[in-house]
Design a protein around this ligand. Sequence first.
Ligand code: ADE
Length: 242
Amino acid sequence: MTIFPDMVEAFKKYGVIARAIAEGKIAVQVFNLRDFTTDKHRVVDDYPFGGGPGMVMKAEPFFRFYNFYRNNFGSPYVILTSPQGEIFDNKKAIEISKKGEVVILCGRYEGIDERVMDIVDEEISIGDYVLTGGELAAMVIVDAVSRFVPGVVDRESVKNDSFMDDLLDHPVYTRPREIGGKMVPEVLLTGNHEKIDVWRRKESLKKTILRRPDLFIKKQSFDKIDKFAIMELVRELMKNAE
Ligand code: ADE
């Protein structure tokens, strides 16, 4: 639900999301808040009671939309995008991917009439910065959530994602093998998949420890590949120190 439907319609046209829609794995419907006004000028905002800067989004168009939605599609899980919300992450994306019908209300202006909260299940922020509106946040949420809907991306690539095992991704390379003296790491050319797995995990661990120690501290379990990778990492450090 937005006052800028074209912004979100554009998002539906590209890449993985466009394919998932075409294949019927997900459906994304964009509603224009102004279609749920009743006045000639289709006004969606008004001055704040008590004064102060900016405008406030009116509650009634949201209520009208909500009733319309329930009458036509059933009861949705309702998210409001706002910098006051809980911070969005992969865990939250997985949770939302299991909800079925989800409505995302995009905020604009200085805020939304507080009474709209009666229909909101959850407020979500995509980070500690203020956007000019909730549309980008809604698209971020739809994008990240869709990846966890079965059939949208293959299971292996979801499993290999950054964050899934509390580690950042390892580096990747493609052809050519050499660019102006910069070589692809030898191990990737060996065809030895055990060695390649250990090397990749070592690079993941290294990057995570250096850039996101918070993720590394959170990491719950260390499997066999992790342990070999840590041994490899220590060996590498010792060799470099010689
Ligand atoms: N609207 C404005 N800023 C936002 C943010 N950081 N996250 C979600 N919605 C927003």
